[in-house]
Design a protein around this ligand. Sequence first.
Ligand code: UT7
Length: 331
Amino acid sequence: MKTPTPIAEIAGTGHFLPDNVVTNDDLAKRLDTSDEWIRTRTGIRERRIAPDGMHAAHLGSEAAKQAMEEAGVEPGEVDILIVSTATPDRWLPSTACDIQAILGCDNAVAFDVMAACTGHIYGLSMAEGYIAAGRAEVALVVAAEKMSAIVDWTDRTTAVLFGDGGGAAVLRPSNGSGRGIVSSHLQSDGNLAELLYRPGGGAIEPISQSMLDNGRHLLHMHGREIFKNAVRSMAEACDIAMKKAGFTSSDIDLLVPHQANIRIIEATAKYAGLPMEKVFVNVEKYGNMSSATVPIAFHEARMEGLIGEGSNVLTVAFGAGLTWGAMTIRM
Ligand code: UT7
């Protein structure tokens, strides 16, 4: 297949991580777990946890400032502001509107996208669509996740996996540069929603004392089932995104996968035909930050010089919904 001409390019990226580091040993002091179990089953050594008073809008807006600075974009130039979050600061209004107010992006249309860990890839794809339609010149795509606010800290099967952080990217028209999003493949399967969800607190199970007492407002996950689906879906998405781009694995310079578990990352790389030297991994430092994971990893890989001009990057994610997706990007 002929490689499509990119329409929207990444003009800047940024990330923000709270300073507070919580190690596996710290968690083992209050949960029946161990550094050894967490490291060998997940690859995670530590995660960042935001302090009280630091919420998703803060995590996201700090990352956004960096991305806008690199792109040379003033707040008033942003046409569309898309925020992915599984941990909105309030049920109403959207966290995107809060971030808009913090940044002063007064001319932007701002809204949240709810696609869990795949949210940033969904957001990039939506921004690309706005640019392709000629409805935006500058798109700001932010991921903001305070997972520590929705994790059940008494449940060792989920509490050890997650962390907090924000990531961002600015998209602009490629204007024939040859850089930008080359292909993407997004998918969802709502039939498997209850493998990873927060059962209570919405319209089905409104807030009540018994709902709170039973922790039904917190994250519930069937880890093994999610694991199997993640491996299968991410492998398939990588394959389809590469095919749509006219790429084979030898065209890919770096795979930037969602970082939920090192074993999922290794399986995805293997299916995609990529050696681990071509895979960016930071799960040991941050754990799973839902949709903020991909843009944080992407930004770090750029800062470490692993993504440079002309690099072909494959990024892939999987999460609640279920949702999953992959994207190829030429920088
Ligand atoms: O972003 C997308 C969302 N999330 C994911 O992608 C996560 C996908 N799932 C996973 O990464 C893995 O399934 C987990 C890391 C969550 C669990 O690993 P596993 O190898 O699938 O373990 P398991 O759930 O089969 O549990 C094995 C044992 C169980 O004990 P028994 O029943 O064998 O006695 C668990 O109770 O490990 C136990 N266990 C723990 N032990 C110590 C579960 N969590 C812990 C823990 N510390 N934190």
